[in-house]
Design a protein around this ligand. Structure first.
Ligand SMILES: Nc1nc2c(c(=O)[nH]1)N[C@H]1C(S)=C(S)[C@@H](COP(=O)(O)O)O[C@H]1N2
Ligand SMILES: [Mo]
Length: 354
């Protein structure tokens, strides 16, 4: 089957191959405020490129006064910033749409929150002096492949206004350690609040351009479309979502949960790329109860929540849903789109209390 096709039946060999290459964060990982790097989710379209950091350079060119080329030491000589950022793949929730796009078959685990260290992109760009008629910056990675029948380097763009926001980083550390190869070493773009595809890994070039970028990952992929010909709208900022740490213990392999009767503290985290988390509710067999919110971790990171559940023996359906400062609340059902993007429907899980 080809990229862009829809499927509804059994999972295919292609999907299994993608799932085995790209790990999700096991949902019990929600227990950590900062996700240990080894369990942070991962998404790689092509191959993880082999890059020698001692010879690697970042080229900044295109519509600039001075094209520049910087080695890693030069990037590190700018004043660094560290921010906690929740990253989520735009395809998270894809398997909850029917028919589903033939792509990485995420259920709900394409998330993670890390502390990223790097330099604000705008500080580095000021050295190159972007010309005033620039409309976008194009970010190109070292990875190369074919997608949608087009041979390409992975590349995405941002408008100048979005790219110059102070939180946009050129990141070289994750959780206090040098970036690992799979997360974009030696340098990646990091765009807090936006779905993950924007944060280009293995960055090699930044080009100022005077017209909107038409690369495949920008003009075709990552758009909310209803048909194959629909130009649709680009998917950008992360939609509001809450997830729950699965309570109790699982059975193998179905992962149905078992727990003991009494007081149970349900916990999880909630985030949005469009504003603070204003409310989290926990659903027990369809009845909603307000959860308690923890102190925020930062403007671009998830927020912990908890709910004390006094329970007795029985089987229950648990769920959770968040509302952000814009008033956006998670839907109960997926809003279908061809690429299976931005599906922030509420999580439900079935538990048996004994
Ligand atoms: N160069 C490059 N950058 C990339 C990708 C890629 O395949 N190549 N995948 C993107 C997607 S779709 C996501 S969700 C994030 C995942 O980042 P992570 O693997 O560090 O979690 O990286 C983005 N940046
Ligand atoms: Mo992604």
């Amino acid at each position: 089957m080809a990229d862009g096709e829809l499927t509804d039946g059994l999972y295919t060999e292609e999907e299994l191959q993608l799932a085995a290459r790209n790990r999700g964060m096991p949902l019990e990982g929600l227990a950590y405020e900062l996700t240990p790097t080894g369990i942070h989710y991962l998404l790689v379209h092509f191959d993880i490129p082999l890059i020698d950091p001692t010879t690697w350079r970042l080229e900044i060119g295109g519509n600039v006064e001075r094209a520049i080329s910087l080695g890693l030491d030069e990037i590190r000589s700018f004043t660094p910033t560290t921010i906690a950022v929740t990253m989520e793949c735009a395809g998270n929730g894809r398997t909850r749409m029917s028919p589903r796009a033939l792509s990485q078959p995420w259920i709900l685990e394409a998330i993670g929150t890390a502390e990223w260290t790097g330099v604000p992109l705008r500080d580095v760009l000021s050295r190159a002096a972007i010309k005033p008629d620039t409309v976008e910056l194009v970010f190109t990675g070292a990875d190369h492949g074919v997608q949608g029948d087009i041979e390409q380097d992975y590349a995405r763009s941002l408008t100048i206004d979005d790219a110059l926001r102070p939180e946009v980083l050129l990141a070289y550390e994750m959780n206090g350690r040098q970036l690992e190869p799979q997360h974009g070493a030696p340098l990646r773009l990091l765009v807090p609040g936006w779905y993950g595809m924007t944060s280009v890994k293995w960055l090699t070039r930044v080009d100022a351009v005077t017209e909107a970028f038409q690369g495949w990952q920008q003009a075709v992929a990552y758009r909310d479309t209803q048909t194959e010909d629909d130009p649709g709208v680009p998917v950008q900022r992360i939609k509001v979502r809450a997830l729950m740490i699965p309570p109790g213990f699982p059975d193998f392999p179905a992962r149905h949960r078992l727990l003991d009767a009494g007081m149970v503290t349900l916990r999880g985290r909630a985030w949005s790329g469009r504003g603070e988390i204003a409310r989290v509710e926990v659903g027990i067999d369809g009845r909603w109860h307000d959860a308690r919110l923890d102190d925020p971790l930062g403007p671009f990171a998830w927020r912990g929540w908890s709910y004390e559940w006094k329970t007795k023996a029985g089987t229950y359906e648990l769920s959770c849903r968040a509302t952000d400062a814009t008033g956006d609340v998670q839907p109960i059902e997926a809003r279908w789109n061809t690429q299976g993007l931005a599906n922030n429907l509420v999580q439900t899980l079935s538990v048996t209390v004994r």
